[in-house]
Each structure stands twice: as C-alpha cells, then as structure tokens.
Design a binder for this molecule. Structure first.
Ligand SMILES: Cc1cc2nc3c(=O)[nH]c(=O)nc-3n(C[C@H](O)[C@H](O)[C@H](O)COP(=O)(O)OP(=O)(O)OC[C@H]3O[C@@H](n4cnc5c(N)ncnc54)[C@H](O)[C@@H]3O)c2cc1C
Length: 293
C-alpha cells in the first residue's frame, strides 16, 4: 500500500484493503482500494479532518450505484455502511439516516401512510447519495421533499443546512462533505396507493432498463432540449461494445458490464461517445456518473 492509511489518529477507524469492484454497482474497480468504515459520526469526523494530512481526498460512498472507479490512489473511500441506520418522525417530518436504501425506506414509510418518493422506487441507492446527486425520475426530483440536511463538512464540522441554504439543480447539489441525515417533508398518502405507485415505477424500470447486467443507471446527463439516450442511439452507440463493457441495446444511455469489463473499456466508450456527439451534433455531453480517476 503506497499510502499510510493507518497513520494515527486514523488508525482508530475501522478500514480495510478492498476490491473496489465490490463497491460499485457496475462491478468495475481495482483490487488495491482502501475503504474506511466509521461506525459513528465521531469516527467520520476524525476521517474527514485527518485525511488531508496524509494527502488523500475523502470520497463518501453510498450504495455505489453511480460511481465508476478508475485509479483511486488520490482518494480515501468512506463508506456509510456501518454508520447509524434509522428513521424517525419529528415535528411532522421524517428524519432518515443517509445510508437508508431508498426502496426499503419507501416501504417502511408506506406503512405509516407517508409517501411522495415512489418515483425513486427500484433505484439501488441510498438516501444520502440520492440527495447529493439530487436524483430524479418521471418528472420529479428528491430536492422537492428535502427540508434539512445534516452533514459533516470536509473540515470535520457537524452542521445542519435548511433547504433554502442548498442549491439543487438537475442532478446537482451544492452539498459538500458527508451527508449523515436528511429531514423530509412528505405528503400523507394511503399505504395501498403508495405500494401501487411504487410497483408501477419498478415495473416501468424493469421494462425499459437493462437491469440484468451490472450498470450505473444513466451515464450522461440529458443536455438541454435533448435526451442523451436518443443522441447516442442516433450516433450509433446503442449496443456498441469495447472489451467487456457496452452501451446497452435496450437503453443507449446505460453502460453495462457484460463480461468482466474494465475501467479502460468503460472510459474509452465514454470518451468516444462524447467526441462523436460533439462532432455530429455540436453538443458537449456531461457525465451523470461520477468517474473517479
Ligand atoms: C439501475 C439504476 C437506475 C438508476 N436510476 C436513476 C434515476 O432514475 N434517477 C437518478 O437520478 N439516478 C438514477 N441512478 C443513479 C444513482 O442511483 C443515483 O445517482 C444515486 O443518487 C446514487 O446513490 P448511491 O447511494 O448509490 O451513491 P454512490 O453511487 O455511492 O455515490 C454517488 C455520489 O454521491 C456521493 N455520496 C454518496 N453518499 C454520500 C453521502 N452520504 N454524503 C455525501 N455524498 C455522498 C458520492 O461521493 C458520489 O459522488 C440509477 C442507478 C442505477 C444503477
């Protein structure tokens, strides 16, 4: 290991050498990562405060459904996995830990007749990642439901921001640091209705997305007035393969890991697609996925 990950006081934080392909939903990543697994917010603070001293940038990790790992040697990955996991009702709002899986959360809240998040059902992601990315689908986005976000800043401070203090744009938030809790404003909806709506969104995803292969959802953001998938299809990228990775033949904006794909395979496809779309349509595609390299 080139870096001293276990240097004091970081040596008090649980962590281990990790095969990063196990930490990304597309199952791509090197064998020489290092993942910290803090068990409480104090340990998380220690990580964030001390990593710069050993020359590493902290990278919060939720479910890994939007991260493509290349060379991660400049980063220290910090997983939400062992942090406190909870939800509770407080002053008519719902406070949820950032590491809550979204589909499980929707189902738990449904039992309490609290809904609104059904459009996110079926996404293999955690609430913290979804909030950081301002995830959205079917004309809705999570920002609409966020009342407050608690996070540990990159300096290690534990702060709470009201939604007015946060900039949310299309697949963007100004949140920097490690999100620990999200307070949501959710409408009252009967459980049966929530379950029905969530099920219809899950079925719609199953019908339109290549979920049988490891993937990261949409690779590129939709540029203004266009759909990235349509541009990719027109430019001939639907089904285009490099090594073990391909643009899906079901949904052109999904990269799928068909057969032991590598970062290089995925990166080359992304690079080629961007260059081709720029040349053909004069449109600069921006990746929605986080490419760590
Ligand atoms: C099958 C599939 C379908 C998808 N469908 C959609 C969709 O409909 N709409 C949509 O918007 N996205 C979709 N996505 C993409 C992805 O699920 C979202 O971007 C989601 O927000 C990522 O959450 P995560 O927990 O997996 O985050 P990760 O992939 O772990 O991380 C994503 C980014 O968020 C940061 N992050 C994660 N957790 C935290 C935290 N606690 N605090 C601060 N930063 C954090 C990471 O550092 C990284 O920059 C889909 C992905 C898949 C695989």
């Amino acid at each position: 290991m080139g870096k001293n990950y276990l240097k004091s006081p970081l040596k008090t934080i649980p962590g281990f050498n990790a095969k990063l392909s196990n930490w990304s939903h597309i199952k791509i990543g090197s064998d020489d990562g290092f993942v910290y697994l803090p068990v409480d917010y104090h340990q998380l603070q220690i990580c964030l405060r001390n990593l710069p001293d050993i020359g590493l940038r902290p990278l919060p990790l939720g479910a890994g459904s939007n991260i493509l790992f290349g060379n991660t040697s400049a980063y220290a990955l910090i997983s939400d996995k062992h942090l406190p996991h909870f939800w509770r009702i407080e002053h008519n709002r719902v406070v949820v830990s950032a590491n809550y899986n979204i589909t499980q959360l929707i189902m738990v809240l449904a039992k309490n007749n609290l809904g609104g998040l059904e459009f996110l059902a079926g996404i293999p992601a955690h609430l913290g990642g979804l909030t950081h990315m301002n995830a959205g689908a079917y004309g809705h986005s999570i920002a609409h439901f966020v009342h407050q976000v608690r996070l540990i800043t990159l300096q290690g401070e534990d702060i709470t921001l009201n939604s007015e203090e946060i900039i949310f744009n299309y697949r963007y938030s100004s949140l920097e640091g490690f999100i620990t809790e999200i307070t949501l404003n959710l409408p009252s909806i009967p459980e049966t209705e929530i379950r029905k709506t969530a099920k219809s969104y899950i079925m719609s995803r199953q019908a339109k997305q290549p979920l049988h292969y490891p993937n990261l959802g949409s690779v590129f953001k939709n540029p203004p007035h266009y759909f990235a998938g349509q541009l990719l299809e027109k430019a001939g990228f639907k089904g285009k393969r490099k090594g073990g990775v391909a643009f899906s033949d079901i949904h052109a904006n999904f990269l799928v890991n068909i057969d032991h794909g590598s970062f290089q395979d995925a990166y080359e496809l992304i690079r080629e697609a961007r260059a081709e779309i720029l040349e053909t349509f004069d449109i600069a595609l921006e990746t929605e996925i986080k490419v760590i390299n």
